[in-house]
Design a protein around this ligand. Structure first.
Ligand SMILES: C[S@@+](CC[C@H](N)C(=O)[O-])C[C@H]1O[C@@H](n2cnc3c(N)ncnc32)[C@H](O)[C@@H]1O
Length: 236
């Protein structure tokens, strides 16, 4: 078993991990506002708060996480509230193997990709590209510069450079919000990528920041993200 998988399994087995919340992430509630429901996928869904929230808004919502205890909790919460949300135990770098089929309108990843080891990132990209319908949205939130303890688990963080290089042929970077420096966890960033339609790419096959929002005026969304993730949203 990989060390990151072991870490998360143990974290959920030993009680409530520090990042866990029974509330949906504020940045998700923000982006879901006024949006027509469709199919949604939460990668690294934990105990399912974001999936339950989307299902409550009428989305056909699915969560995937490789920690069996987290998914058991998510399923119990769904059953207790009569939610149609569905949950699958699986590795997000092996979605199809886990039986999670594609063409989602909305894919979210709050604190999962940034801890995916370098050796599994291309597989993650392939799976997520296959799972997102052309024109569909992918939102990724994570830290840019993980502390040494996270790096021992293989975490490499989240950066525009990595996304540009790895996701460029499949996704366009539509927006990014910087949350500033947060304790040991470094800078937290919230990226919005849009799945390219077949045959539509930049000349370089690269992604471009269509409306990067890191300048003046980006403070409010950054603060929302900071409030939701804090230093405890990720492994530490
Ligand atoms: C920091 S937690 C965030 C959980 C949830 N998104 C939230 O906001 O509360 C990261 C989650 O990603 C899951 N995870 C990490 N790597 C994964 C992988 N390769 N496949 C599936 N789940 C993974 C962990 O088990 C954990 O639940």
């Amino acid at each position: 078993m990989r060390v990151d998988s072991l870490f998360y399994r143990l974290a959920y087995r030993s009680g409530t991990p520090r990042w866990d919340s029974t509330q949906p992430r504020p940045e998700l509630t923000e982006l879901a506002k006024g949006r027509a429901p469709g199919r949604a996928l939460d990668l690294g869904c934990g105990t399912g708060s974001d999936v339950l929230y989307l299902a409550g808004l009428g989305w056909d919502a699915t969560g995937v996480d490789f920690a069996p205890r987290a998914i058991a909790t998510a399923r119990s919460r769904a059953a207790a509230s009569g939610s149609p949300a569905s949950f699958t135990v699986g590795d997000v770098t092996r979605l199809r193997q886990a039986g999670v089929g594609g063409q989602f309108d909305l894919v979210i990843d709050i604190g999962c990709y940034h801890a995916i080891p370098a050796s599994r990132r291309d597989a993650y990209r392939d799976e997520v590209a296959a799972a997102t319908r052309p024109g569909g949205d992918l939102y990724l939130a994570g830290v840019t510069n993980p502390p040494a303890t996270w790096r021992l688990l293989g975490a490499r963080g989240l950066s525009a450079r990595d996304l540009r290089r790895r996701f460029g042929p499949d996704f366009e970077l539509a927006d990014q919000q910087t949350a500033g420096q947060i304790g040991r966890a470094g800078t937290i960033v919230f990226y919005h990528l849009v799945r390219r339609r077949p045959g539509v790419a930049d000349a370089a096959g690269d992604i471009t920041a269509a409306s990067a929002s890191t300048g003046p005026g980006s403070e409010r969304p950054a603060q929302r993200l900071r409030a939701s993730c804090g230093t405890s949203a990720m492994p530490s």
